[in-house]
Design a protein around this ligand. Sequence first.
Ligand code: GLP
Length: 264
Amino acid sequence: MRVIIEPTYEKMSKWAADYVAKRIIESNPTPEKPFKLGCPTGSSPLGLYKELINKYKAGELSFQNVVTFNMDEYVNLPEDHPESYHSFMWTNFFFHIDIKKENVHILNGNAKDLKEECESYEAAIEAAGGIDLFMGGVGPDGHMAFNEPGSSLTSKTRVKTLTTDTIIANSRFFDNNLDLVPKQALTVGIGTVMAAKEVLLVCNGHHKARALQHIIDGEVSHKWTASMIQMHPHAIVVCDEAACDELTVGTYKYYLDKERYNLI
Ligand code: GLP
């Protein structure tokens, strides 16, 4: 695992965007062999999306041959609701780049048969040849997508019931009214993310420090589901200084040294 420690949220976002752009460009994607990108929502990746948009606008990067699969979506929230993950993705990313609408995949939380929706989503990922790079954020309780504490670490896309912690955390998007926060979501599983060729998580802020400590320094645990990335051969966590507040000094220094010496 690589852990990239950047001084600020802006620098963390820039590092992550540079890396994603590099991967897309290097893969030389075509309509026949597109680059498959896994996408998160949340406040953490906003800066990363902003930087990717800047690269597109500067003519450095095209999404013409990029196919995306989003991580999750609320159940029973209308697609055009301002807080749906459909709205989030189009508002904050897709409307500003040259991605083709048919290349965007987001789970339908209003599908009649949610189980069927999840199974066809997994099948679509497989049919596309798997995800090349899954980007992700982390919840304060260490969850990835909506894989709440206690989730199976080999899980695939399915319906999940949100924990009270997550409902409270996400109530900030719903007028701080817990009753308005959907109680269930469709989410890719930890196994779905683990099947990607690469995983890149962004994690910022002191409120994520405990989660980061468990993910990097703790044991692999279904209580902190993102800790499973320790088992991934190509996982990168990009974080800011504030998110490192709970790491041991040894761990913090090791990851800084590792990046420094790798450059020699
Ligand atoms: C939600 C999303 C996650 C996201 C998490 C953290 O639970 N389903 O994908 O990582 O929120 O969000 P934020 O980045 O806003 O802290």
